[in-house]
Each structure stands twice: as structure tokens, then as C-alpha cells.
Design a protein around this ligand. Structure first.
Ligand code: ATP
Ligand code: MG
Length: 582
């Protein structure tokens, strides 16, 4: 049942992709711009900005994922398109969850995606002094005050969507008192939570974010960059606009959940009197159906040891995708197909798979590898003889050249390419049937060897010497199967993956919010056999394994004497064995 469903899904996906490509083409021809590009062009035309400067502002509290790739490529792409600049800035204002490990991994991932920040690598924590001065400025302008309410009380006073908030009893402290208290906060006189600094805006604002938001809190914590220099830390909504303004960011692009924070963003840059206030623009997050994306959930899988670290090939973390064998080009293509919009929409994993197939199909060699070997003996082929057959590396791309593939009396084929009792429409090997050994000869099955348990240990056949190269003008065969010569085969391990999530149940368990995991998300095949052309394959090298998909050498577990591959993606298959055989 399942294979059919997958195939149906694939057809639906293909149609969707074709439609999107068509729409993308039309969009290019007619409007040719996404809504952010239109805003930027208008800003340049009206003189609101005379340059374009964007940034990617990750919080170093985890590894990046495919959603972040969208933000990175969007920001970098806009800077490039308008002759501007792109900054990488770590938004490291929250010392609790941040780690150097994450900083390093993020740099690696952004660089790998091709987004070049040149010499503009920044840390928000480098601006702590300036942020402090901004806060002092607000106090002096009567636009900020120190508040002694507890976090709980602040929440209560804030009101609801229906009801206005209530003013804090500390709201009308004098400028002098506020300055003294804020200085004391910095000096470490108060415990965590004892006092906060709040912007003085409007407790009756219909936008809750504007009801005197907290902009500084006391936190006696070491910071990965500033150490113990600070015991007060700015809140995100206050820090972020200042970071953008300091760097001269023109367009501060973020995701939709910040839309309601924009008035506060604008308030901060205005009241802090930055000469060229940046403009915040929101777009919809990239969401992948049935895939674990959020940092929080990926972290959970890592911490519970369900996956092999942040770069487990089953994850859509950038490092996981890289380890799996995805290329920056394929991710870029995916992000472009997904488009930029204001409304939340989801993409499907098969679309990402489509992109990597498209990217690799002409670039990579197509070599023969047998995943589940079955011995094939050609009884009429001379014992001890080896001949070399020239086979093109990629029949669709002659530039990749060709190779000499050894052929001899004993070979290995896939177990699924033989059936003692064939099912209907089975065109591969079965007793009495003739097939083509890819690039070699036609062979006809003559029988099998079995062990005492009745298990097939080898298949016998005869070959027709007139069909060398797999060509024959006098008769046709319906099946072509791949093979590997036994004597020269290299042993390898191949890992096949499925979604880490049980797609029938959905990503999250409705009752307790846990993840619905697929127990078969990884299958490890230890006895795979490869043709000798694979010798010397290095970490991250990828290939098409004829008929079996695209595979990439695992950088962690592979060794020159025993290669380990991750399947990136399968090829489309026109026929699937019924479940009991597969
Ligand atoms: P997560 O959604 O996994 O919790 P985050 O938003 O907390 O991630 P940040 O480090 O704060 O991660 O994000 C850095 C930038 O990446 C932000 O500008 C954020 O809006 C953007 N971003 C995060 N997730 C996505 C997504 N799914 N699609 C597009 N952009 C995203
Ligand atoms: Mg975040």
C-alpha cells in the first residue's frame, strides 16, 4: 500500500513544482520582484535610503536549519542585487543559552551557503556600552524608568487585548532617581528580578508590546563574550533596533511574528535619535510539512540522543543537510522555489528532494553499487578471465568521461533484481528470462543454488558473447540491471533514511506535545559492494548509485579502507516490489 501512496504523492508534488516553476517564471517576466524588492526599490527611488545594507542576526543558541537558510539567502541576495552589504551579527544579548560551539557552527554554515559577510562579523554584545548609553538617554528624556514590580506583577498590570494596562506605581520617578537606580543596577546592587528598566510609552496602547515594555533586566550571569563585565542585559526588542541602527542597516528583515513589535522597533530608533532609522520588513517563515524544524525540537532530539548530534543526516539542520550530501545550490534553488511572501504557507520535503536531484543529476558520476548483494555466476564465461568494459560516467553529460569497469564470471546483483517465482510485470531476472547487465552483456537465468534452509545462495546464468556492451540488434530485453564484479568489489556501508517523523501521525503528539518518531528512520546496510571506481572517494564526495539514488560519503564515519555512505535521496522508481519482498 505505502509505495503506491508515495508514488501518488510524488506525482502531485511534481505537478505542484511545475506550477510553482511556471509561476516563478511568470513572476520573473511580469513583475520580476518579490514584495521586499519592491519596497527596497521604492526606498532607493524616494531617497529614504541611499544604500542597501542587510544582516543575518542569529542567536547563538543552536545550529541553523533550513528555515534560517531562507533568511540568510534572502538577506544576502538582496544586498548583492542592490550593490549593498551583508553583515553577520550574533544576537548574543541573552547569556543563558549561548555557546561558542554555536557561534562556530553558524559561521561555518553561513559561509558554506555562500553568504559572504567579508569583514563584517559582529556581536551584539560588543554594543552593550552603546545600548547602556541609549537607555540613559531615554531616562534623561523621561522616556524610561526603573520599576520595582515583580515579573508576575508586571504581567498582571499589562492588561489584555480587551483591557488596557495599569500604570506602575514607579512610573513617575524623577529622572535623577531613575539615573541613580539604573546606575546601581549596573553596579550590581540588586538581585536578579529585583528591578527592571522599562520604556515609558503607553499602558493603554492597543498594542501590548507598547505597554511600557521591559528594556533592561538584572541578571548576574557570565556572558560568553563579555564575561562578568555586565550584570544587566538589554531585552531583545530594545537591543535589536539599536544593533541595526549602529551598523547602518537599511532594511531589517525578520519573520512575521515580529510584525506586532514593529511599532516598538520604530519607537526605539526614533527616541534614541539615530540619524538614519532602519526599516523593519517581515516575511513568512519557511515551514516544511511533517519535518522537525524549530531549533527547540531539533535540540531535544540531540539532547535525548535520538539522533547522532546536530548534524545527523536525518535533520534539516544546515549541517545535517550538508552531511547528508545536499549542496548549497540545491538549498538555494529550494528557497527560491518556495518564494518570499507575507502569508504563512508550507512546503513539502519532496520539493527539497527534487532540488538536490536536479542539482546533482548532470554533475555527478553514475556508478554501480549493489546494496543487498546476491551472487550471480555466468556458467559459460571463462573462469579466471577479466575483461574491461568502457562505460560512460554520466550518459547525459559526456564531459564527465568514461571508465573501465571489470567484468568476470562471478558478479553480484541486487537481491531484488531476482525472483524465483516472478510477480506480474516483473522484467528483471527469473529462471528462463533474459536481461541486460548494464553496459555488459545479455544474460539468461538458468537456475539457483540453495542452502540447507532453502535460501538462495547464488543465481546461475549464461551470457551471449554477441551482446557485448549491452547492445543487440536482433532481440530486445525488457530489464536492465546493474552489477559489480565479485573479485574487485569494494565493501561499504550504506545508510538509507526515512523521515524521522511518523508522517501518518504528524510531527507532534497532540496530547503531550512530544514528537511522533518513525522507528525506521535509518536503515544500515553493512554488506554493500561497489565497483572499483569508487576507490579514493573522500568525505562529502557524492555519486549517483545507478538505480539506487544519490549517495554521499559520510565525513564522520567513513574511512578510506571502508567507505560509509549516506543516501541523499532515492531516484524515482517505476516499479516497487510488493511489501513482503522489500
Ligand atoms: P527557531 O525558529 O528555530 O526557534 P529562531 O527564530 O529562534 O529559530 P534565530 O537565531 O533567532 O532563530 O533566527 C535568526 C534569523 O532567522 C531570524 O531573523 C529569524 O527570523 C530567521 N528565521 C528563523 N526561522 C526561520 C524560518 N523558518 N524561516 C525563515 N527565517 C527564519
Ligand atoms: Mg529566536
Amino acid at each position: 500500500m505505502r509505495p503506491l501512496k508515495a508514488q501518488e504523492q510524488e506525482e502531485i508534488m511534481e505537478k505542484e513544482i511545475a506550477a510553482r516553476e511556471e509561476a516563478a517564471k511568470e513572476e520573473k517576466e511580469v513583475v520580476s520582484k518579490n514584495f521586499i524588492e519592491r519596497i527596497i526599490e521604492e526606498d532607493l527611488a524616494t531617497g529614504r535610503f541611499d544604500h542597501v545594507m542587510t544582516r543575518f542576526p542569529p542567536e547563538p543558541n543552536g545550529y541553523l536549519h533550513i528555515g534560517h537558510a531562507k533568511s540568510i539567502l534572502l538577506n544576502y541576495g538582496l544586498a548583492q542585487k542592490y550593490g549593498g552589504k551583508f553583515n553577520l551579527r550574533f544576537d548574543d544579548t541573552n547569556p543563558t543559552k549561548e555557546k561558542i560551539e554555536f557561534v562556530e557552527s553558524i559561521k561555518e554554515d553561513v559561509a558554506w551557503l555562500g553568504a559572504d559577510w567579508e569583514d563584517r562579523l559582529f556581536f551584539a554584545s560588543d554594543y552593550f556600552e552603546q545600548m547602556y548609553e541609549c537607555a540613559v538617554k531615554l531616562i534623561k528624556k523621561g522616556k524610561a524608568y526603573v520599576c520595582d514590580l515583580t515579573a508576575e506583577e508586571i504581567r498582571e498590570y499589562r492588561g489584555t487585548l480587551e483591557e488596557p494596562g495599569k500604570e506602575s506605581p514607579y512610573r513617575n520617578r524623577s529622572v535623577e532617581e531613575n539615573l541613580r537606580l539604573f546606575t546601581e543596577m549596573r553596579e550590581g546592587k540588586y538581585a536578579d528580578g529585583e528591578k527592571v528598566l522599562r520604556a515609558k510609552i503607553d499602558m493603554a496602547s492597543p498594542n501590548i508590546n507598547m505597554r511600557d515594555p521591559v528594556i533592561y533586566r538584572v541578571a548576574h550571569m557570565s556572558h560568553h563574550n563579555t564575561g562578568d563585565k555586565w550584570c544587566i542585559y538589554p531585552m531583545y526588542d530594545f537591543a535589536h533596533p539599536i544593533e541595526d541602527a549602529i551598523e547602518g542597516i537599511s532594511h531589517s528583515i525578520c519573520t512575521l511574528e515580529f510584525e506586532d513589535h514593529r511599532p516598538l522597533y520604530d519607537w526605539v530608533v526614533r527616541e534614541c535619535e539615530f540619524p538614519m532609522p532602519p526599516k523593519q520588513i517581515e516575511f513568512a517563515k519557511l515551514y516544511l510539512r511533517n519535518v522537525v524544524t524549530g531549533k527547540r525540537y531539533i535540540k531535544k532530539l540531540v539532547e535525548e540522543g535520538i539522533v547522532d548530534g546536530w548534524d545527523d543526516p536525518r535533520l534539516v539542520s544546515i549541517s545535517g543537510l550538508r552531511r547528508r550530501g545536499y549542496t548549497p545550490e540545491s538549498i538555494k534553488m529550494f528557497v527560491e522555489l518556495a518564494g518570499v511572501s507575507k502569508s504563512q504557507s508550507a512546503c513539502d520535503m519532496p520539493m527539497l528532494e527534487y532540488c538536490i536531484r536536479e542539482d546533482l543529476k548532470l554533475k555527478r558520476s553514475r556508478l554501480m553499487a549493489v546494496l543487498r548483494p546476491l551472487r550471480l555466476i555466468i556458467d559459460n564465461y571463462p573462469e579466471g578471465q577479466t575483461e574491461y568494459l568502457e562505460i560512460p560516467n554520466n550518459p547525459e553529460n559526456p564531459e564527465l568521461g568514461s571508465r573501465q569497469v571489470p567484468f568476470s564470471r562471478e558478479l553480484y546483483i541486487e537481491q531484488e533484481d531476482f525472483m524465483e517465482v516472478p510477480v506480474k510485470k516483473y522484467f528483471r531476472l527469473f529462471p528462463g528470462n533474459e536481461v541486460r547487465l548494464m553496459g555488459a552483456y545479455f544474460v539468461t537465468c538458468t537456475g539457483v543454488d540453495k542452502d540447507e534452509n532453502g535460501e538462495i545462495t547464488a543465481v546461475h546464468c549464461t551470457y551471449d558473447p554477441e551482446t557485448r556492451g549491452g547492445n543487440c540488434t536482433t532481440r530486445k530485453v525488457k530489464g536492465t540491471i546493474h552489477w559489480v564484479a565479485a573479485e574487485t568489489a569494494l565493501k561499504a556501508t550504506c545508510r538509507l533514511y526515512e523521515n524521522i517523523v511518523d508522517e501518518e501521525k504528524g510531527v507532534y503528539n497532540e496530547e503531550d506535545g512530544s514528537l511522533n518518531l518513525n522507528p525506521h528512520s535509518m536503515e544500515v546496510l553493512e554488506d554493500c559492494l561497489l565497483e572499483p571506481a569508487f576507490a579514493g572517494a573522500k568525505a562529502f564526495d557524492s555519486f549517483q548509485f545507478v538505480r539506487n539514488g544519490f549517495f554521499c560519503v559520510d565525513y564522520k564515519d567513513s574511512a578510506p579502507e571502508h567507505l560509509v555512505f549516506n543516501r541523499i535521496v532515492s531516484l524515482k522508481s517505476s516499479f516497487k516490489l510488493p511489501a513482503q519482498n522489500g
